[in-house]
Design a protein around this ligand. Sequence first.
Ligand code: PLP
Length: 394
Amino acid sequence: MIYADNAATTKMSEAAISAMLNCIEESWGNPSSLYRMGQRAKEVMEDARKRVAVCIAASPEEITFTSGGSEADNQAIRSAALLGARREKKHVISTTIEHHAVLHTLKKLENEGFEIELLPVNEMGMVTVQQVADAIREDTALVTIMYANNEIGTIMPISEIGAVCRKRGVIFHTDAVQAVGHLPIDVKKQNIDMLSISAHKFHGPKGIGVLYARQGIPLVNLIEGGAQERGKRAGTENVPAIVGMAAALEDSCVHMEEYTAKVSALRELLITGLSKIPHCILNGDPINRLSGNVNFCFEGIEGESLLLLLDDRGICASSGSACTSGSLEPSHVLLAIGRPHEVAHGSLRLSLCEENTEDDVNKILKVVPEVVAYLRNMSPLWKDKVSGKKKFVL
Ligand SMILES: *Cc1c(COP(=O)(O)O)cnc(C)c1O
């Protein structure tokens, strides 16, 4: 089996698993309890908080543990919105290609009287610093722009956007779920006020993440109850997952250069090989791109059929994002970069990690062209295009 869906989730690292097992066996107390057993759990948790903070150049007090990236996005946006509303600022800037955890939260805010401005992206999926600078107004409460896109891998100019927001006094949040553990991050140098992290995207456990919020930015609670996480996120902390996340993140950060070099070389082999399939197009920026991301549209096929046939041949991949599969709507990201509906339906995302090999790539490069040709041969629409009755789009 070849696993090439690392943007959806990753296999846990040995380091994360052993850290978690050790915590489950040795430090299973409640960190809020005063006896030693509880305090031991508290210690390992606070140690994990420090280690996570170091990886993004934050302070431990700026780290709030959440149930994952979605919760961190929700809490960041809600917090900035409330802070803005208190000062009569109800304008929020984002982009059309954000994750649904951001877009759906913004939709809710819109229903609550906020004005949401989604900046369009260019055909590479990029938003420019100038677009952000031009959109900022006196009443802008928040700019929220993802670090790197989960579908097409485009990396946004986050440091430059951070600098503009800081200069204009606007809170800047970035959904960095696809970037953390894969790209170097320094929240201080990059002027990032809030940042979302999810452990299962860098070989950590699922259901755990982080909201980084710069000191001085007040958070609103999504979950009320006890005083955990400085009163900002109630509920007994998931200590084993927190410890597993810290181990996975450290591992990813220590090996970042080595893994990036290896994975981007595999990515280039895949892109070069798949580009040879007729009537296809690469989605996303060829240069400013996550090291493991490959995303193509193939004209004349359905992404879902492609995935099922690839699964039969032992390849795990994705079409659009996992959250939208099951719905017949094409990916909002592919539509936003200008792919027509017909073409957007035929997308394939392969996302690699350092555990993939050149053999994996060669197998994918053998199987994908076969499956694409097979599906096209079955399609009456494709036959019309080949015979010239209908025009090719790509
Ligand atoms: C996976 C992902 C999320 C959601 O994270 P969860 O921990 O699964 O809730 C949010 N944003 C992006 C960009 C993602 O890739």
